[in-house]
Design a protein around this ligand. Structure first.
Ligand SMILES: Nc1nc2c(ncn2[C@@H]2O[C@H](COP(=O)(O)OP(=O)(O)OP(=O)(O)O)[C@@H](O)[C@H]2O)c(=O)[nH]1
Ligand SMILES: [Mg+2]
Length: 168
């Protein structure tokens, strides 16, 4: 079947700079992890074909979190089916910026399904953000929350299973 005939779902991955968005997608799609930080310039598209009864294609847009790329959100956050908003569990700034990402996705794709993701869950000794505080934010937003580690892979398959279920 040609890819153009498959059902396509657009998912955007948002969050502060270095919060682990690219690493999360790389773990989910390539089952790989890199320690070195390589900033996303603009946004990257990763295509994942999913077969669970029905075959569909996820277009995952991972947006660079640096402030200089924020004007690009106007393009990448329009008409998305789902948004993963990532919070780096090691960064209070990442936590403080959550409402920015939430407000942007609500403004640009009001019907998108949102999931809140706590990243780098393997770094249990260096946590700056409490999982309970993220759960509280998720409750306030009325969305699901998942903690993941791209380094170990913990929670990553479960998260993307939920994404596929959610956008189906
Ligand atoms: N320990 C640990 N480090 C992680 C994890 N995920 C990402 N990192 C590290 O965090 C840094 C930033 O990761 P990226 O995935 O590039 O972050 P990003 O959100 O894509 O960053 P931008 O493209 O600038 O927005 C890298 O050095 C990664 O190796 C994780 O689950 N555990
Ligand atoms: Mg990136």
């Amino acid at each position: 079947m040609a890819e153009s005939n498959l059902e396509t779902r657009r998912v955007v991955i948002l969050g502060s700079s270095a919060s682990g968005k690219t690493s999360l997608v790389n773990r989910a799609v390539h089952n790989s992890f890199a320690h070195d930080y390589c900033q996303t310039f603009g946004a990257d598209l990763t295509v994942k074909t999913v077969i669970d009864g029905q075959k569909r294609v996820l277009h995952m847009w991972t947006c660079g979190g640096h402030e200089r790329y924020r004007p690009l959100l106007e393009q990448f956050c329009i008409d998305v089916h789902a948004a993963l908003i990532c919070c780096d569990l090691l960064s209070m700034l990442s936590f403080q910026e959550l409402s920015y990402w939430f407000n942007e996705i609500k403004r640009l794709s009001p019907d998108a399904i949102i999931l809140l993701v706590g990243t780098k869950s393997d770094e249990t000794d260096s946590m700056a953000v409490k999982v309970q505080d993220l759960m509280k934010v998720a409750q306030e937003w009325g969305v699901d929350f998942k903690a993941v580690s791209a380094k170990t892979g913990a929670g990553v398959n479960e998260l993307f299973d939920l994404v596929v279920q959610t956008v189906s």
